[in-house]
Design a protein around this ligand. Structure first.
Ligand SMILES: Cc1cc2nc3c(=O)[nH]c(=O)nc-3n(C[C@H](O)[C@H](O)[C@H](O)COP(=O)(O)O)c2cc1C
Ligand code: SF4
Length: 437
């Protein structure tokens, strides 16, 4: 396949360190000149005409790139769906609402121009005339991003930076569209989905900022280079946030398909005896540590293991913590983040959090709560306007599977001694940003 390879001056990053190559250690944003010296100019001209757009769409399709915002949807398919409509818009989602994920923040901190290149190239591919980059309102990354936007060459597609309320569901795609149109950061019912009818009624491509940074490299180096690491179903590298009880928590870049044990080793491994790993953040899934370290970090391996990759965060829970109590706290937080528009979410999530709290306390009330809980977990999924309740149900159901031994002890009236000692971080009240406008 023809690519823009001959347009670049930089060499393709070797191995699985691609997005963060050379940047992460600097802990500061690469300026435009430094960015271009490393990767060469974004090959916008190379893809600007009708044939060029077709080549870029074909390259993204062939790369097998999947979205890094949580759902893992094929990026090429989404680009093509948006490209069918008139005067499309590109929205780069840099909000990173997951409390245990910081990979988008790390990427925007050190390589903002890679993200902006990706957004501009995506706009080129679908013939869009506007790019909007969204970050959370209370996130200091806005200053770095604004400085990078100001450095972009004149004549490029205009890029607008928008700061969105710092709520968990405000960065869901229909909430972003609603906020951009009406100043209300709550999700709306689908259909229509943003790719059909988004910002100002125009077809809108909403992609995670990491997805766009990968696209910027695929446009330069081609799909075969991208597939040089990863698996057939989950190609390329991914940014992972390693947290909880690991020796060196932080953001790392690894090839998809890397054994989870090796991924954890990148952060120095657990720094005390581990019990379980939470994959994909607070809308994700728990796996017992024995199962977690036997699997690989890919969509297909995690699916087979009963988990989801989500935003590729791995949070290690120590053996001394009570997984049920941790889950109850997170569920309470998720219930508080409901936009309170849909019954199953507005009433169902607090009820699940109450049931989990009863399980933690143990005894007879816990036995009744368990029965109610299993029923509720079966009826809530798919019934909200957005997938927020589905994430909370996924977390709760995986906790019942993962912490089955603890569950039986709690039901028998022997709750864990550590239930009161929190291990997982929750955002402070100030991060919740108050309201929706
Ligand atoms: C409750 C909720 C919160 C979300 N928060 C984010 C977020 O902070 N950042 C993000 O990129 N995607 C988030 N998403 C996913 C977006 O709706 C959208 O699917 C994503 O930005 C698409 O990008 P991708 O195809 O590149 O993954 C969220 C989804 C839900 C249901
Ligand atoms: S499912 Fe929940 S968070 Fe999503 S729109 Fe409905 S009430 Fe809001």
């Amino acid at each position: 396949m023809t690519t823009a390879r001959h347009h670049r001056t930089g060499l393709p990053p070797a191995g699985s360190r691609r997005l963060l190559e050379g940047w992460l250690e600097s802990r500061r944003a690469a300026g435009f000149a430094e960015h271009q010296a490393r990767y060469g100019p974004a090959p916008v001209e190379f893809y600007a005409d009708r044939n060029g757009r077709a080549r870029l769409l074909a390259a993204v399709d062939a790369s097998g790139l999947r979205g890094r915002g949580g759902a893992g949807f094929p990026t090429g398919r989404k680009l093509r769906a948006v490209a069918k409509g008139r005067r499309p818009v590109v929205v780069a989602n840099g909000c990173e609402g997951e409390p245990v994920s910081s990979k988008d923040h790390a990427l925007l901190t050190v390589a903002p121009h890679l993200v902006l290149d990706g957004a501009v190239l995506a706009a080129t591919a679908i013939d869009a005339t506007e790019v909007i980059l969204c970050v959370h309102r209370d996130d200091p990354i806005a200053g770095t991003v604004a400085a990078a936007v100001a450095e972009r060459p004149s004549g490029e597609i205009p890029i607008r930076l928008v700061q969105v309320p710092g709520r968990y569901v405000a960065s869901e795609e229909s909430a972003l569209v609603n906020f951009l149109d009406n100043g209300d950061a709550r999700p709306t019912a689908k259909p229509p989905r943003p790719f059909e009818r988004g910002v100002n009624g125009r077809p809108t491509l909403i992609d995670n900022v990491e997805t766009l940074a990968h696209l910027a490299l695929i446009a330069r180096y081609g799909s075969e280079w991208f597939r040089g690491c990863g698996t057939a179903e989950s190609p390329g590298s991914t940014l992972v946030t390693l947290g909880g009880r690991v020796a060196r928590p932080g953001v790392y870049e690894v090839a998809l398909g890397t054994p989870v044990a090796e991924v954890l080793d990148r952060a120095g491994g657990p720094d005390e005896p581990p019990q379980a790993v939470l994959f994909g953040g607070y809308g994700g899934t728990w796996l017992p540590v024995q199962s977690a370290v036997r699997t690989r970090l890919s969509h297909e391996d995690l699916r087979d293991a009963g988990a989801t990759l989500g935003v590729a965060s791995l949070t290690v829970l120590p053996a001394r913590a009570c997984g049920l109590a941790e889950t109850a706290r997170v569920l309470r937080y998720l219930a508080g983040e409901s936009a309170r528009q849909c019954g199953p979410c507005m009433f169902g999530l607090p009820a699940i959090a109450d049931d989990f709290t009863a399980l933690v306390l143990g005894g007879r009330a816990a036995q009744q709560a368990e029965q109610r809980l299993r029923y509720r977990l079966s009826i809530i999924p798919g019934r909200g306007a957005c997938a927020h309740p589905d994430g909370a149900v996924r977390l709760a159901a995986s906790a019942l599977r993962c912490f089955g031994t603890d569950l039986r002890a709690h039901l028998a009236g022997r709750p864990c001694a550590w239930a009161a000692q929190p291990a997982l971080p929750l955002p402070g009240w100030d991060r919740r940003g108050g309201d929706w406008a």
